[in-house]
Design a protein around this ligand. Structure first.
Ligand code: B12
Length: 188
């Protein structure tokens, strides 16, 4: 996705990634007779992670985002397609979360902002650190906790993409994650 975005997208518009994606997703939805919902549009936000856990073997990781056995923490949901009829899905593969066998859980110990609590994420603490002089590593190369995960390392985003999403994440936090103006809602 990132390579196509870099090649094709008009970066001068507001929300360049969301804008570029919307056209592609609407066309895909129309071709199969579905309506598209964008998970980052809100509030209110659709519970896309709950839907994903019913559709494929992904699991809540200790840092809140879902982990996939192959892609690790390097996957996100660009859209949900709503169909009028109920679709028959493959039964879910009965496999354990990769986090169950991870003894050290480095994702929980490396965050310089101590942003991960047991059931929540301190978004302000994260953004303040990323914006500070000490935040270069997270700012330029992406979330340290996410990068510490040993699963799916082949799918790690490249630095330009990491920096783009991190900047968008800080913008989202500063504008209260809502409908207020911000640089791009695609913090992921
Ligand atoms: C608002 C939002 C944010 C806010 C976070 C606000 C906060 N304090 O948590 C900001 C902008 C800071 C943010 C940051 C990031 N986000 Co975000 N975010 C969202 C968004 C748009 C809405 C979340 C929400 O409020 N849902 C409200 C209702 C619907 O959810 P809920 O049932 O209450 O459950 C939420 C919480 O309870 C929490 N939660 C539940 N159980 C647990 C357990 C633990 C331990 C923790 C920490 C959290 C947690 O997670 C749920 C979703 O956030 C979702 C998309 C979506 N539609 O869900 C993406 C989404 C959750 N984000 C995503 C990502 C990738 C990130 C970042 C990694 C991006 C980055 N570049 O760093 C960071 C990391 C945040 C983290 N570690 O949790 C992805 C996760 C994909 C995945 N693999 O699961 C999503 C699903 C977007 C997508 N399009 O795929 N995000």
């Amino acid at each position: 996705m990132w390579q196509a975005f870099e090649k094709e997208a008009d970066r001068s518009v507001r929300n360049p990634l969301d804008t570029w994606l919307r056209g592609k997703i609407d066309a895909a939805a129309e071709s199969v007779g579905a309506a598209a919902i964008m998970p980052n549009e809100g509030p209110p936000f659709v519970p896309v992670q709950d839907w994903a856990m019913r559709a494929e073997p992904v699991f809540r990781s200790p840092i809140g985002i879902l982990i996939h056995p192959d892609y690790g923490l390097w996957h996100v949901y660009r859209a949900a397609l709503l169909f009028e009829e109920i679709l028959k899905l493959q039964p879910l593969a009965d496999i354990p979360s990769p986090c169950a066998a991870c003894a050290k859980k480095p994702c929980l110990t490396v965050c310089p902002a101590d942003a991960f609590l047991k059931n929540s994420f301190k978004a302000e603490a994260c953004a303040d650190h990323v914006d500070s002089a000490k935040g270069t590593n997270c700012r330029d190369r992406g979330c340290l906790a996410r990068r510490a995960c040993p699963v799916g390392r082949d799918y790690l985003y490249e630095p330009a993409q990491q920096a783009f999403h991190t900047a968008a994440m800080v913008g989202a936090v500063r504008s209260g994650f809502g409908g207020e103006p911000r640089d791009d809602k695609s913090s992921d």
